[in-house]
Ligand binder design. Sequence first.
Ligand code: NAD
Length: 248
Amino acid sequence: MTGAMQDQVAIITGSSRGIGKAAALALAAEGASVVVNYARSSAAADEVVAEITQAGGSAIALQADVSQEDQVDALVKATKDKFGRIDVLVNNAGITRDTLLLRMKPADWQAVIDLNLTGVFLCTRAVAKIMLKQRSGRIINISSVAGLMGNPGQANYSAAKAGVIGFTKTVAKEMAGRSVTVNAVAPGFIETDMTNELPNTEEILKYIPLGRYGQVSEVAGLIRFLAADPAAAYITGQVMNVDGGMVM
Ligand code: NAD
């Protein structure tokens, strides 16, 4: 593989399917060595690795529940031991536990905060040391339009995703002096397993000016730009929506 990310290393959390998988394929196509992180079963992650290597790219699958500090530290150490550096982190892993506020159990709240917000903190902190020392790096946090505009049934999710935006801006300021950029991508409704569970598609489409769900490749395209393009070196602390015009 030759491309803008030749000799670079990227970790993409939760990349055995959905947006994370599309991002893994896109960065591998740019020549990056990609760590396909998965939480539990390795089968889907192994398939992503096979797809990348068959196309001439470089990838390994590494297990880690990124809401757990010890597992995150082990993931980052294993990546550094294998490839010697870390250039890109895509904080993509995320879950939903949707229900209206009055029915939301503390466990529903906590599980979403633990992965979608604390997981982003843990992974970013773990790679930050390496990137600051390298004096280069790009961190891309996957937020959501729910974090910008709220969404009934997603108090936990929108709080975590809004938290990711504040986190992104602060860490962007802290790391800018060493040329490490930190940005957030806020997808709208993208066709994945996460949105396949939604019952009210017709209702949702009324709020999307472009009149359709997005494709994972359309989110991965922006991730690839932020991770790989030389021009993205001057973009930091930003939130970019990929949402068919839902938020403007
Ligand atoms: P998905 O459910 O298809 O993929 C999520 C991935 O995260 C899976 O691979 C899953 O195994 C992994 N994961 C779950 N728990 C984990 C853990 N503890 N540790 C490591 N990995 C774990 O979802 P998706 O739609 O591809 O979403 C990816 C990201 O995009 C998420 O952060 C999500 O909140 C965000 N997002 C998605 C949409 C959408 O419409 N699909 C919209 C806005 C934001």
